[in-house]
Design a protein around this ligand. Sequence first.
Ligand SMILES: Cc1cc2nc3c(=O)[nH]c(=O)nc-3n(C[C@H](O)[C@H](O)[C@H](O)COP(=O)(O)OP(=O)(O)OC[C@H]3O[C@@H](n4cnc5c(N)ncnc54)[C@H](O)[C@@H]3O)c2cc1C
Length: 391
Amino acid sequence: MSTAPLRVAVVGGGIGGVATALALHRRGLDVQLYEQAPELKEVGAGVAIQPNGVKMLERLGLGGDLRRTGAKWVDPQFRRQDGTFAASMWPPEIASSIEFYGMHRADLLDMFASRLPAERIHTGHHCVDFEQSADQATVIFANGARVTADAVIGSDGIHSALQRHVVEPSRPLFSGSVAHRGLITAASVGWPAGQMRNWLGAGKHFLVFPVRANQLVNYVGFVTTEEQTRESWSAPGDPEDLKREFAGWDPMVEAILAQATHTFRWGLYDREPLATWTKGRLTLLGDAAHPMLPHAGQGANQAIEDAVAVAAILAHAKRDSAPRALKLYEQVRREQAARVQRSSRFNGALYEAAKGDLDERDRQLATQRQSRAYIWNFDAEAEAEKAAAAL
Ligand SMILES: Cc1cc2nc3c(=O)[nH]c(=O)nc-3n(C[C@H](O)[C@H](O)[C@H](O)COP(=O)(O)OP(=O)(O)OC[C@H]3O[C@@H](n4cnc5c(N)ncnc54)[C@H](O)[C@@H]3O)c2cc1C
C-alpha cells in the first residue's frame, strides 16, 4: 500500500490560503498553493488578531513573530463621536490575560508565506474550472495547467471560482455601508502604543489601532451610503470625502484624517451562510466559505481557524477517506463561522445606532468579553482532532 502523503491543492493565496498551506506543510502533507496574482501580496491595511486567532498562530509556531510584528492592544475603548467615553472592550483588571494584536496585513501574510518552501507556491495560476472523479480532483487554470490532487481547498475569496462547484453561490448582500481605510505613521499624531479607539456616531464609526510594532496606525472610517459600491477591498478612495464625513468629530479623528494622503474604499458586503462547503474532494475555506462584515474583526481569524482545522483532520486521512475528512472539517467549522457571520451584522448595527437608549447600547458594548466568549474560547484544532477520530 502506498504511504505517499496526501496531495492537497490550495487555490487562492490570501491570508486563508497561505495559512492553510503552512498548516498542511507542517503536518507533512504534500501541499501546493496556487495564486492568480504574479506574487503573494496584501493591501496596506490593518487586521486584528483576536484571542482565538492568537491561539491558532501559537499552534503554527508563529507566536514569537506575532508578538514582534504585531501591536498588542492595551485598554481598547469605544468612544462617542465627540470623544466622550462609551465603554471599555474589557475591564482593566483582566487586561493582562487577553491577547489581541493589531497587524499590518502584509506582515501577517508574510509570516505564513516566508515559512513555506518556495517550490510549493505557484503564482500566475488563475483557476477557471474544476473536475472530479471518485479517486481524484483536477483544478484547471487559465494558463493551461491542469493539476490533480487527492483534496482541493478553495480559498479564493468572496468571488470564489470554486464555490459554484460545491453549492449554488449565495448572492452578495450590500450592507449599505462603505469603509475608507488607510495607514499613517504613529509618530505623526503621537498615537500611544497599543491604544485602540472606536468612535461611534449615527450611521458612521471610526476605528483606529496600531500595527507593525506600533510604528503605523491603521484607521477605518465606516460611512452609510445609498450608492452601491463594488465588492472590492482596494478601490482608491478620496481622503477629502472622508474628512468631510467626520468633520466636527473628536479632534483626534480630525488630526488622523489631516494626515491621510490616500485611502482605499471598500464596499461592505456579506452573504447568507452557505448550506454546505464540501462536495467530494473539494471544500471551501475563508471568505470563499463565509464572507462576513468586518464588525466582529473575525474574517481573518476565522480563516486561520479553518486552516488549522482542515490540516488537523486531513493529517489523519488517506486517499480514500479524504472526502470524508473534508466533510468532518466542514462539520467542525460551518456552524461556528455562520454564527460569527451573524454577529458581525449585529455589531455593525450596535456601533452605528442612531436612536434609542445609547446608555443601554454602551452597557452592551462593555460586555464584549461575555458576548465574544464563544469566539475567543473556541479551539478549532482541538475540535478538529476530536472529529478526526471518526475517520
Ligand atoms: C480592511 C480590512 C480589514 C479587515 N480587518 C479584519 C480584522 O480586523 N480581523 C479579521 O479577522 N478580519 C479582518 N478582515 C477580513 C479578512 O481580512 C478576510 O476575511 C480574510 O483576509 C479572508 O482571507 P481569504 O484568504 O479567505 O480571502 P482573500 O484575502 O480574498 O484571498 C483570496 C485570494 O485568492 C486569490 N484568487 C481569487 N480568485 C482566484 C482564482 N480564480 N484563482 C486563483 N487565485 C484566486 C486572490 O487573488 C486572493 O489572493 C479585514 C478585511 C479588510 C479588507
